[in-house]
Design a protein around this ligand. Sequence first.
Ligand SMILES: *Cc1c(COP(=O)(O)O)cnc(C)c1O
Length: 355
Amino acid sequence: MKKHNFNAGPSILPREVIEDTAKAILDFNGSGLSLMEISHRAKDFQPVVDEAEVLFKELLNIPEGYSVLFLGGGASLEFCMVPYNFLEKKAAYLNTGVWAKKAMKEAKGFGEVVEVASSAEATYTYIPKDYTIPVDADYFHITTNNTIYGTELKKDIDSPVPMVADMSSDIFSRPIDVSKYICIYGGAQKNLAPAGVTFVIVKNDAVGKVSRYIPSMLNYQTHIDNGSMFNTPPVVPIYTALLNLRWIKAQGGVKEMERRAIEKADMLYDEIDRNKMFVGTAVKEDRSRMNICFVMTPEYKDLEADFMKFATEKGMVGIKGHRSVGGFRASCYNALPKESVQALIDCMQEFEKLH
Ligand SMILES: *Cc1c(COP(=O)(O)O)cnc(C)c1O
């Protein structure tokens, strides 16, 4: 039976990207050696990092003066590297979920942290809109897509101070105005590559302004100076990221990814809103295109386990909601075909007919 992969992360990648990674793991560039058993400084591998950086810049229209880094440690290490590198006195954070909160917690070790607004009181079902960003903050940190709660900032907001964004789960799903940010980071395992590599887009002249000593590995300057090769980078995930970037480009770039994301999200939200058994958890205007969260209406609450079983039998994978939200979460990342969304909708409609 065909599986429809709605996993939240690590998550679906284009089949051809996985197949071509598998080929390179067996025989990289016809060298007779595996991608896993060559030096990251081999003359064959440098072009991989170079092309990945070029495609990042091209696809996201990144202006001059920015570097793209491929590091280890996940988005969680960036929660610490960001304040280490940019927080001199004060930073502002928008608290839109668990990940935002974790980012804030790390920053508190480096200076004053202002939580400009929070939707914690409503289980993060919306993104706060009315707040004031202190003009003397070193940066304003946002989480553009809240993977757990299914809310998303689908446009670049205005801020009086430079922004930093965790874009772990919506990178490459829409065009972004990179010039508004000094740093954009994310774990690759949601929408880009397998787990193991972290992308960081950093504005070169924003680095080096804090007065503290920064350990080499945690200093963005180290990685800018060494082109992500200060130490051994995660070679295989970087290679897969490159293949996925080529795939995105061949499909028509981020504009096309956005068109598809809107199409898929509209299809599924329309069904959630129509079907008497289900209800979305996030407020409509803040609904995420990437992680679509819904529960059963109070009337049908006791059928939740039944629907899970029904959908699983029809090939749906990874639709269980995060434990803090409950219900269901269908993650519809770039690589998820429209057919999978339709298959889930069919499940919901058949289940409705049964009851
Ligand atoms: C998954 C996720 C993280 C954590 O990423 P790691 O790479 O596991 O550290 C952080 N932020 C967001 C928005 C996420 O979705």
